[in-house]
Design a protein around this ligand. Structure first.
Ligand code: NI
Length: 253
């Protein structure tokens, strides 16, 4: 079930049997010459929507903007500062907490978001842990459990990427994410690329330095190997990986 397609009484009913919600989170950033700017949001969103349909879990709106400052030298990229993204995530989590959601599962599509999502989780936990010193604080407020799962790090997806692309998978504008985003958006782009496999290096730099290091935006990848039909297989792998992680999370939480 998608939150955006539900009514408030339906959400109220859902809360009677589940306190869990999946929040897809990605980025709006360049993904090389043939990858969609929305890749990092489209991939976790497609996986989350499939989970919502197959397993009845509630899926919140996709957080389409992430921490992507290093991609800003490429047109189309929109970035939030880490502090802005932390504020957005805190307010999102606290809104859900107000209604009784206690298990929030971030399904992430962007490596550059990881540190910031973890910082936002630590902020929410800190607020609860510290406020318990106050007299009269509702102790149930501290029950919130939050977790982060990166779809691109799931075991089945990794195995499929290595089977299809080997060392040419890379780590930005990867062949796997380009395939999955094409499948999700029902499109594809044929673009000649040189060199075939992009250089590797660090993305911990300013946008200008990033573009000098990675002139066409790719890092270590050869996404000319991407195919829409591969995307359908990455969706299946991602759904299984994410469902396994979600079940483990709500079971423990
Ligand atoms: Ni990406």
């Amino acid at each position: 079930m998608r939150l955006q397609h539900a009514t408030w009484p339906e959400v109220e009913t859902y809360l009677q049997h589940s306190r869990g919600i999946i929040l897809p989170i990605g980025s709006t950033e360049q993904h090389g010459p043939n990858g969609l700017v929305g890749t990092d949001a489209l991939c976790p969103e497609a996986i989350a929507w499939a989970l919502g349909e197959r397993h009845g879990v509630l899926v919140g709106p996709t957080q389409n903007l992430g921490m992507a400052q290093h991609h800003l030298a490429f047109p189309g990229t929109i970035s939030l500062r880490p502090s802005t993204l932390i504020a957005v995530l805190r307010d999102t989590i606290e809104s859900l907490a107000r209604h009784g959601f206690t298990q929030v599962f971030f399904l992430n599509g962007h490596g550059g978001n990881i540190a910031t999502i973890k910082a936002a989780i630590a902020e929410v936990y800190s607020e609860r842990s510290l406020s318990r010193q106050n007299e009269g604080q509702d102790p149930t407020q501290s029950e919130m459990a939050l977790t982060l799962f990166n779809w691109f790090a799931g075991r089945r997806g990794r195995e499929l990427a290595s089977e299809l692309y080997g060392d040419a998978e890379g780590n930005h504008a990867t062949a796997s994410e380009v395939s999955l985003a094409w499948h999700a958006a029902d499109t594809m782009k044929q673009v000649a690329m040189s060199p075939e496999v992009a250089p590797y290096g660090s993305a911990e730099c300013t946008a200008e330095v990033f573009r000098q290091r990675f002139p066409d935006g790719r890092m270590g990848s050869n996404p000319s190997l991407s195919r829409q039909e591969h995307g359908a297989r990455f969706l299946e792998a991602g759904v299984e990986d994410a469902w396994e992680a979600y079940r483990a999370f709500v079971g423990q939480a």
